[in-house]
Ligand binder design. Sequence first.
Ligand SMILES: *[C@@H]1O[C@H](CO)[C@@H](O)[C@H](O)[C@H]1NC(C)=O
Ligand SMILES: *[C@@H]1O[C@H](CO)[C@@H](O)[C@H](O)[C@H]1NC(C)=O
Ligand SMILES: *[C@@H]1O[C@H](CO)[C@@H](O)[C@H](O)[C@H]1NC(C)=O
Ligand SMILES: *[C@@H]1O[C@H](CO)[C@@H](O)[C@H](O)[C@H]1NC(C)=O
Ligand SMILES: *[C@@H]1O[C@H](CO)[C@@H](O)[C@H](O)[C@H]1NC(C)=O
Ligand SMILES: *[C@@H]1O[C@H](CO)[C@@H](O)[C@H](O)[C@H]1NC(C)=O
Ligand SMILES: *[C@@H]1O[C@H](CO)[C@@H](O)[C@H](O)[C@H]1NC(C)=O
Ligand SMILES: *[C@@H]1O[C@H](CO)[C@@H](O)[C@H](O)[C@H]1NC(C)=O
Ligand SMILES: *[C@@H]1O[C@H](CO)[C@@H](O)[C@H](O)[C@H]1NC(C)=O
Ligand SMILES: *[C@@H]1O[C@H](CO)[C@@H](O)[C@H](O)[C@H]1NC(C)=O
Ligand SMILES: CC(=O)N[C@H]1CO[C@H](CO)[C@@H](O)[C@@H]1O
Length: 532
Amino acid sequence: MNVRTSRLIFLLLAALTSATPPGNSTGQRFVVVFPENIAYYYPTSSQNKVWVTALHNATQVTVASQTQTLNSGQTSSFNTDVELKKLDVPGSQMNPPYEAFSVSNDTVQVTSNKNIIVQAFSMRKLSIQTALVIPTDKLGTKYFIPPVPQILGTTDGPVTPNVTERGPFRVIIVNSQQQNTVTFKGQGETSVTLQSNQVAQIWVPNDTTKQVVVSQFPVAVLFSHPCAMKYGCTCGLLTAALPPARDRSVKFPVPMLLAQNASVLQSDNRSSSVVPLNLNSTLVESSGTVVLYRPGLLLTLIPETEFASCFLVPSMQSNNGFIIIVVNKNSTSGIHIGTSQLQNPMWQELDGTDYISTNLSVTSDTTVVWHESSTMAVYFVANQSNLWFGNPAAVISSTPDFRGCAVTAEVVEVQSSAYSWTESIGSCKNETLELISLSDGRFQSQICTKLRQDSPQDVWIGVRRSSMTGDWYWLNNNPFTNTNWADGEPGGVEEGQCAVMSLNNNCGWRDEDCCKAIRPVCYQGPELLKLS
Ligand SMILES: *[C@@H]1O[C@H](CO)[C@@H](O)[C@H](O)[C@H]1NC(C)=O
Ligand SMILES: *[C@@H]1O[C@H](CO)[C@@H](O)[C@H](O)[C@H]1NC(C)=O
Ligand SMILES: *[C@@H]1O[C@H](CO)[C@@H](O)[C@H](O)[C@H]1NC(C)=O
Ligand SMILES: *[C@@H]1O[C@H](CO)[C@@H](O)[C@H](O)[C@H]1NC(C)=O
Ligand SMILES: *[C@@H]1O[C@H](CO)[C@@H](O)[C@H](O)[C@H]1NC(C)=O
Ligand SMILES: *[C@@H]1O[C@H](CO)[C@@H](O)[C@H](O)[C@H]1NC(C)=O
Ligand SMILES: *[C@@H]1O[C@H](CO)[C@@H](O)[C@H](O)[C@H]1NC(C)=O
Ligand SMILES: *[C@@H]1O[C@H](CO)[C@@H](O)[C@H](O)[C@H]1NC(C)=O
Ligand SMILES: *[C@@H]1O[C@H](CO)[C@@H](O)[C@H](O)[C@H]1NC(C)=O
Ligand SMILES: *[C@@H]1O[C@H](CO)[C@@H](O)[C@H](O)[C@H]1NC(C)=O
Ligand SMILES: CC(=O)N[C@H]1CO[C@H](CO)[C@@H](O)[C@@H]1O
């Protein structure tokens, strides 16, 4: 069997044995919109910004017509004056649902030559909202629209589309590159054809029927109200980017910090309902949209299946910002904020779940939150003069690495054919990989955790005994200090000059005859994000 075939089979096996790897928020093409903030006629102008974070050196980024080159870990803020216009008010004889789409070209295109993260920041006077922008290749074609929350002074009485602060919520649909047909289905059904990079808005009726947006090609969908947060005699924008419908039911742990006075706006293929949060059981299950609502905040929740290991948290431009972390109770150690380890935070149990959560104050610049060995959920929220904003933090990587935040994951591959130890070096090289050297204890356990999911067997590792001195050497020349010999190992020189790792025996090592045909473990290290 040639190498390419064997690698393909390995990848297929890997796909069968582990669940689909969760995604990340990185990509090379994005379409950004800025929902109408407060009201188009409000006398203060908006400051709309696109934040771009590069993950690799020499990343060329173009936002609208501005181009910049960024290095790994660098964030740049691009100003734009693009903002969605007010929504058409339908003719007086039209009763709810106000069934007309209003279409515009008011989008900002972002492209780059390497994977980046894009976030949108909109501020008008005190009204601030942020949004994580999903790259166009990770969007969906079906979105469940959440039910409308009851907000004092906004939606708790008669809504009229011609009075902004008493207007209905709206759904904003952002098209990507090709011509696309989009349909809003509720009690009725309304369709529109969008050209590339166009955006469509439509009012959301307060309706207990299931409401869904479906499209021919992928789109992004936002749920938004320009004037839903009340303060003094003005108001603030409330917006949330919705997740595409999932093909199975998943569980969403709700962080305690936000659970007070909160309700969950839930909609899937069975129902659509506003559920007050039960603090005894802070786990919500759904295959659709789950958005946390509390006065002043709409927050799309992260399901267990989309927990990840490294998140980007933007500079919050507020001295009252929090990072919220939700993690399994047994995985609280090994969390880092940038370059420092998280020290004994106050954990709060999420009753009725295996999770705990904490909130950390931050005032700093853009940073990353990463876990050495496990996955978690990370949100950021900020409270500015009692107005909240925030969203799930952007995912850089979903695979934990004890060395930091991997922007390209490490490659660990047990080859499907067996070779002698010396042939194994060449066989790995043929795939531009190296026979693995396990000179670090934490590295050994990370690799062991990954490989144990495969069938139990012995595999070659890159260590060899000198026939002159009897000392062991790693192929990568690192010192031979941390060892993981199985009980009674290694034996004498006559038992072999090379070593295997037993995946069915806690990854313990054993000396072995170098000529024996055994499957090698080939390796390539990750590329790590530069942390400052
Ligand atoms: C990126 O550039 C910085 C500074 O120029 C350098 O220190 C770093 O090693 C580079 N990173 C990679 C992955 O090449
Ligand atoms: C708002 O629209 C309704 C019909 O939908 C109309 O009766 C009313 O006069 C309008 N109000 C204003 C202030 O324009
Ligand atoms: C959008 O732009 C196209 C040209 O690029 C123009 O023909 C069209 O009228 C514009 N549509 C709107 C709604 O502004
Ligand atoms: C939606 O309508 C229902 C009944 O028609 C009503 O009880 C509820 O308060 C309304 N919700 C909002 C947000 O207006
Ligand atoms: C709803 O979606 C779930 C998950 O995709 C699926 O198992 C179930 O059959 C669906 N139910 C209906 C009524 O379509
Ligand atoms: C929760 O709501 C009650 C009554 O509406 C209010 O008195 C209380 O301050 C609220 N608590 C928080 C944390 O917002
Ligand atoms: C939560 O638990 C407490 C005591 O354990 C109980 O009194 C209360 O009714 C429960 N609340 C709900 C909403 O189940
Ligand atoms: C932590 O708990 C989860 C289930 O709650 C389990 O799957 C996982 O193996 C545990 N991890 C450790 C390190 O014990
Ligand atoms: C929000 O921040 C203000 C100060 O800006 C503070 O007085 C208030 O207590 C905070 N609100 C909450 C709910 O933490
Ligand atoms: C992020 O997702 C892309 C696929 O869109 C993938 O190519 C890339 O390897 C992922 N990044 C990491 C660090 O896993
Ligand atoms: C803003 C906020 O709610 N902060 C909380 C963070 O967590 C600690 C410990 O649970 C609370 O005491 C703070 O009130």
